[in-house]
Design a binder for this molecule. Structure first.
Ligand code: ATP
Ligand code: MG
Length: 533
């Protein structure tokens, strides 16, 4: 299809090429934000860097992650003490490249957290071309849809985003960062659906229903349309989207077990001071099994030459030390990787997070990748069949919308279960941001209200997450009961079969006995008859 240029796209092009103004490009899924971003870079005479919050999203626009480019440590970026890795601090080349930077384009900004945008601002104010100015004088272009997935906040980080902490943020959204509120961003919204753009009336119905799902205005006929795609069998060759890492693991293990190649097991090692609260938050599992033929995702930057966090490949050979992947037709080796994490504790006295040390985790940085979570799929276009399993319940604003909007046509979509009203979650704070208009309020103005809304949203999410946990326990229990019942049934069948055979034998014996009796009777009758003679 030829490249379409709308008036809004032209406006973004003019802003980027002809001015130094920062801008934010909004628009629903598939309105061409990422394609426009790439086009700006390709036609630019500026020194521009392309970034995204996650490895997969960065790969889609040919960029790198925000963390990798700036050398930020993982986890919370504290405003009063910016956490840049030692290597990055020593890296003179990186500092020089920041000083000559003209523009920074960030895709999937809905998942960029407020602390991260403030950290970017702080580094550029120190090392950018115009020190002291917002973003160091670098033109910043943000691209994303705030009605898709919000940033991830781990339980131990939540105090930083609910107004409890004096140096914290009123919510985790990028637009509630000090940096966003202090710099003036021109806002442009793209409106034309390009992922699902055919003039076919069926495609139009699909896009209308998707739009209503995004805005939380679903009508009964929208539910009916999506639910006409429910099927209990996963279509062959489909990409599988699920809500949790656990569900992705189940699906991946099923595919993995079907491979008949030998298994190579890798066991993790970790710092003896690894915090207990981070059990189950490891970057890859404690045990990583690899087989030739497996589809895998690389989970670290620097795991091997030419590989980044987010690269997907197929294992062609492996042993206990090395795994050779086929990525885009090229063979690439992967080795064991060690992650380092700073440890933070919430200080009740100081009412802020305090750094208490560093810890590490080492493992083969690979995960199976036949199925992926909806969070990982944000930004992707799926061209073949897609199987969406919303599980027990979704818990995050935009989650169902992101899942269903990956395909171009309704016919590609297959749902494992019916869509229900509670699957349609829209973040209130995001709607407020969309409605702000041309004179956005300052950081201090939004702070109290935004914090209140975020606390309420988080409470709802916690209830849903807890419900999910309980439902998972119930499911596991009923699965165990089912297995037990199945084994009892099997045993009962074996016994029934044995008793049936015994019955057959009994009948045969009875027949023989009755025949013997008959013969005995005949003999005695004959005896008596002969006696008479
Ligand atoms: N200018 C364009 N002209 C024609 N087709 C386009 C254009 N831009 C995008 N498309 C089509 O729409 C699809 C989705 O585009 P893109 O990934 O840029 O959307 P997006 O707004 O970034 O979506 P998301 O919010 O899901 O990341 C592309 O794969 C392409 O097929
Ligand atoms: Mg995109």
């Amino acid at each position: 299809m030829p490249l379409i240029t709308t008036n809004e796209m032209r406006r973004v092009e003019r802003l980027f090429h002809e001015t130094r103004k920062s801008f934010v490009v909004l628009g629903s899924a598939g309105t061409g934000k990422s394609v426009l971003l790439r086009r700006l870079v390709e036609t630019s005479h500026k020194r521009v860097e392309v970034l995204a919050p996650t490895g997969l999203a960065a790969l889609l626009v040919g960029g790198q992650t925000v963390h990798r480019f700036f050398g930020f440590e993982l986890g919370l970026q504290e405003r009063t003490r910016l956490r840049i890795t030692d290597a990055a601090r020593r890296d003179e080349r990186r500092r020089q490249s920041l000083a000559s930077l003209d523009a920074l384009l960030i895709d999937e900004v809905s998942m960029v957290r407020a602390d991260l945008l403030d950290a970017i601002d702080a580094v550029l104010r120190d090392h950018g071309p115009r020190p002291g100015e917002p973003f160091g004088g670098v033109q910043v272009g943000l691209f994303g849809d705030v009605l898709q997935l919000p940033p991830i906040v781990k339980d131990h980080e939540s105090q930083a985003f609910n107004g409890a902490w004096a140096d914290g943020w009123p919510s985790p959204w990028f637009f509630d960062s000090l940096a966003f509120r202090s710099a003036s961003f021109v806002r442009v919204t793209l409106n034309q659906d390009l992922r699902q753009c055919e003039d076919d009336p069926d495609v139009k119905r699909f896009t209308t229903s998707l739009r209503r799902l995004r805005e939380g205005r679903m009508q009964p006929d929208d539910f009916a349309l999506f639910n006409s795609r429910v099927t209990t069998r996963q279509p062959d060759g489909s990409v599988s989207l699920v809500t949790t890492n656990d569900d992705a693991d189940k699906e991946n293990n099923r595919n993995f077990n079907a491979l008949e190649t030998p298994v190579f097991r890798h066991n993790a090692s970790r710092d003896e001071n690894w915090p207990e609260k981070w059990r189950n938050e490891e970057p890859v599992p404690e045990v990583v099994d690899v087989k030739a033929g497996a589809r895998v995702l690389v989970c670290a930057n620097g795991a091997g030459p030419g590989l980044v966090n987010g690269s997907i490949g197929t294992v062609i050979r492996c042993d206990n030390d090395e795994v050779i992947l086929l990525v885009d037709g090229e063979e690439k080796p992967v080795h064991r990787y060690t992650w380092e994490f700073p440890v933070w504790e919430w200080s009740k006295v100081e009412k802020r997070m305090l750094r208490t040390g560093t810890t590490w985790y080492s493992q083969m940085p690979l995960k199976l990748a036949w199925a992926m979570t909806i969070h990982k799929a944000q930004g992707q276009t799926v061209d073949g069949p897609m199987w969406v399993d919303l599980g027990h319940r979704v818990w995050s604003g935009g989650q169902t919308y992101v899942a269903l909007s990956r395909v171009r046509r309704l016919g590609q979509l297959h749902l494992r279960r019916e869509l229900r009203r509670e699957d349609v979650l829209v973040e209130r704070r995001a709607i407020e941001f969309i409605c702000e208009g041309d004179t956005p309020p300052s950081f201090e103005e939004i702070r109290p209200l935004a914090a209140k809304i975020y606390r309420e949203t988080r409470k709802v999410r916690d209830v849903v997450v807890n419900e999910r946990r309980l439902a998972a326990v119930d499911l596991e229990r009923s699965e165990q009961m089912m297995t037990h019942a199945e084994s009892l049934l099997k045993e009962a069948n074996v016994r029934l079969e044995a008793s049936r055979q015994a019955e057959v034998r009994m009948t045969a014996i009875e027949k023989r006995v009755s025949a013997a009796l008959d013969r005995a009777r005949q003999i005695s009758w004959l005896d008596r008859l002969l006696g008479k003679f």
